[in-house]
Write a protein that binds this ligand. Structure first.
Ligand code: SF4
Length: 168
């Protein structure tokens, strides 16, 4: 009997909306369950298995020193890495900071800004590690997400235009 491929879902700086799109695919995920083992998806389960992972979905942008470290680790552990949503593919709304003074922002927003560990920029995952596929949208489209997952699990490239955005 062959072992089903493993799927891991990772969160960086984001609103969780794209992970919720995945959770919203409940019926389809059950159908996929025989073909894939979800081994890391903290939004849905406390089960955490160590890598390597066959497919990793990454939501969110890189905005902290810890995320800089984690993104490299996840890339190392993942055969296929897919970024999901505008935060992960382009930096998201939080990339507005890229055009401002982050120290001024933190001093205005936080009572003790010295405890805030943040980068002065919000950047897409592809600025830091090679990405195999980018799924765009805010949030992503559930049909495109399922098509992408099925394609990679079948060992082929997804048939989704790179300019597509969510229309649901
Ligand atoms: Fe949320 Fe949009 Fe970012 Fe997805 S792309 S995590 S929906 S802000």
């Amino acid at each position: 009997m062959t072992t089903p491929p493993t799927l891991a879902v990772w969160k960086f700086t984001s609103c969780d909306g794209c992970q919720l799109t995945l959770l919203d695919c409940e019926d389809e995920l059950l159908a996929l369950a025989g073909r894939v083992r979800i081994v890391h998806f903290t939004e849905a389960s406390s089960t955490v298995e160590p890598g390597p992972y066959d497919v990793s979905l990454v939501e969110g942008s890189v905005t902290t020193p810890d995320e800089l470290r984690r993104v490299a680790e996840i890339r190392e552990q993942s055969r296929i890495l897919v970024t999901i949503g505008a935060c992960a593919t382009h930096g998201g709304i939080q990339a507005l900071r890229n055009f401002a003074d982050i120290e001024e922002f933190t001093s205005i927003v936080y009572a003790s800004p010295e405890y805030i560990e943040t980068l002065s920029t919000s950047t897409p995952i592809s600025d830091h590690v090679p990405v195999d596929f980018e799924l765009r949208g805010c949030p992503i489209d559930r049909r495109q997400l399922l098509d992408t997952l099925c394609a990679f699990l079948a060992g082929r490239a997804p048939d989704i235009p790179n300019t597509s955005v969510c229309t649901e």
